[in-house]
Each structure stands twice: as structure tokens, then as C-alpha cells.
Write a protein that binds this ligand. Structure first.
Ligand SMILES: [Fe+2]
Ligand SMILES: [Fe+2]
Length: 259
């Protein structure tokens, strides 16, 4: 089973990159399932129905999110109504779900979303949350993809080792900068600290760079708008053994719209 995971999609630039890259990921890499982190897909903050529909039309099957999921009020009901969207599972008492099965995989693929607690709000323990959710999984769900949405590299690496051999993939998101450490851990779990970003690379994390620099200079809130130039899609491709759930091959890649 080939699974593709697309790093944080930022605004319209990100959705353009998804529209360009997803058919190529499906054709060239024969992806069976395409997952994308959508927390910034609506204007850079949160999700909305048109943005999700647009990415589904581009070929994305499933969406993970993160701390920005709460930014757009109209996106929150989607967490309840849509089984193919998850939010971090360790939010206490939040709407929506933190784990869900991918449709059309006969219950074989589950996607879990977790959020770190270092330099982010003090949620429930993501490690113990993962233990609990894995214990509740149906036995046919052998392929488990975990989006570990976190700021600190150490916390993401710790989750990789903690879940090694128990899940198929632990994929870091949130920091929007791809890390050069994609590997398969000893127990067969594909791991990367950050998948990266899908959107404008001529930016600061997808946002117009002048606006972010102005915020650092003024130390006051400034307007943030999605940047437009040098659009790229960062993603990983994993070949996973459906019986054991172990990852056989794992690659970190990028598609540029200029290619
Ligand atoms: Fe993000
Ligand atoms: Fe985030």
C-alpha cells in the first residue's frame, strides 16, 4: 500500500500546489491514499468547506490538522460532519475526532493526529493519548499513520521512537520547514521530523515575508496574508506492508510548480 502525505497546505498558493502535485503523486508514485495537513488551507488559518472540496477534487482523500484548526469558525462543524478530517486527539473535550479510518481501504488504514505540548498549549499527554487510541483500534487497521503536529524537534523524535513498531508512519508537521531526517526506524516505522510546507516558498512559513519581518520589528500584531511566489509541495511517499503495517520504503520529496 502506497501512502502519500502532503505537508501543511497554506492558503490558495498551497491549494494550487495540491492541485498540481496530487495527480502527479498518484500517477508517478502510484499512491493509493493521499493525506494532507490542512490546518492552514483556508487563507492561512483553519479550514473551510470550499477549500476541503477543492483539495478533494484534486485527489486528496484525507486531512489532518493542528493548532490552527480552531482559527476559522466555519471549519469547526466539518470536524463533526466529515469522517475524513481529524484534529489533534489530545485536545480535551473538543469537537470532532482525533483518529479515523480512511474510506475505501476496507478499514485497513487509520490516521491519527496528535499535538505536541512544547511551546504550544498544554493539552493532554500526546504519548498516553496515542497508547489509548491504539488500544481501541480494530484489528484490521494494520496501517496506522500518525501526524505529530509539534514545534519541538525533540518531542517529535520522541514520539517516533515511542511509537516505533506500533504504527506505520510518524510524520512531523507544524513547523513548515522540511527536515533532512526521513528514515525507517528499527521497528519498521517511517519517521520524519517535519514533512514541510505546501505553498509559497518565497515567504516566511507561507506568509508574506515583509509582514512577518514587520511583526518582529514592531513586536505588535500585523496583518498576515498568504504569499504567492515560488510555489512548491513537500510530501513523503511510503510503501507499507499491509499485513505487518511496517514501512518498506520511505522517501521525502518536493514538487515545484516551475518544474
Ligand atoms: Fe501549519
Ligand atoms: Fe500548526
Amino acid at each position: 500500500m502506497i501512502i502519500a502525505f502532503i505537508g501543511d497546505v497554506v492558503g490558495q498558493s498551497g491549494r494550487r500546489a495540491v492541485a498540481y502535485a496530487t495527480p502527479r503523486i498518484r500517477e508517478q508514485h502510484h499512491a493509493d491514499v493521499v493525506i494532507a495537513n490542512a490546518e492552514n488551507s483556508a487563507g492561512g488559518f483553519g479550514i473551510n468547506a470550499p477549500g476541503i472540496a477543492e483539495m478533494e477534487a484534486s485527489g486528496v482523500d484525507f486531512f489532518t490538522t493542528g493548532n490552527h484548526i480552531w482559527d476559522k469558525r466555519e471549519g469547526i462543524p466539518l470536524l463533526e460532519s466529515r469522517a475524513n478530517i481529524v484534529r489533534p486527539a489530545n485536545y480535551p473535550g473538543a469537537p470532532g475526532r482525533g483518529i479515523s479510518l480512511v474510506a475505501n481501504t476496507n478499514g485497513r488504514v487509520a490516521v491519527m493526529n496528535l499535538q505536541g505540548r512544547v511551546f504550544l498549549p498544554p493539552l493532554d499527554c500526546p504519548f498516553r493519548t496515542a497508547d489509548r487510541l491504539l488500544a481501541e483500534l480494530p484489528p484490521e487497521a494494520r496501517v496506522v499513520v500518525v501526524d505529530m503536529h509539534a514545534e519541538a524537534t525533540s518531542e517529535k523524535i520522541a514520539m517516533g521512537y515511542y511509537l516505533d513498531g506500533r504504527v506505520s508512519l510518524v510524520l512531523g508537521t507544524h513547523t513548515h520547514v522540511p527536515t533532512r531526517d526521513a528514515r525507517i526506524l528499527a521497528g519498521g516505522t517511517g519517521y520524519v521530523t517535519d514533512v514541510g510546507m505546501t505553498g509559497s516558498n518565497d515567504s516566511i512559513l507561507g506568509v508574506r515575508k515583509e509582514q512577518v519581518i514587520e511583526r518582529f520589528l514592531s513586536m505588535r500584531p500585523t496583518r498576515f496574508e498568504v504569499a504567492k511566489g515560488d510555489i512548491r509541495c513537500d510530501f513523503v511517499i511510503a510503501d507499507i506492508d499491509e499485513e505487518s503495517g511496517r514501512t518498506r520504503t520511505f522517501e521525502h520529496m518536493q514538487i515545484s510548480l516551475e518544474d
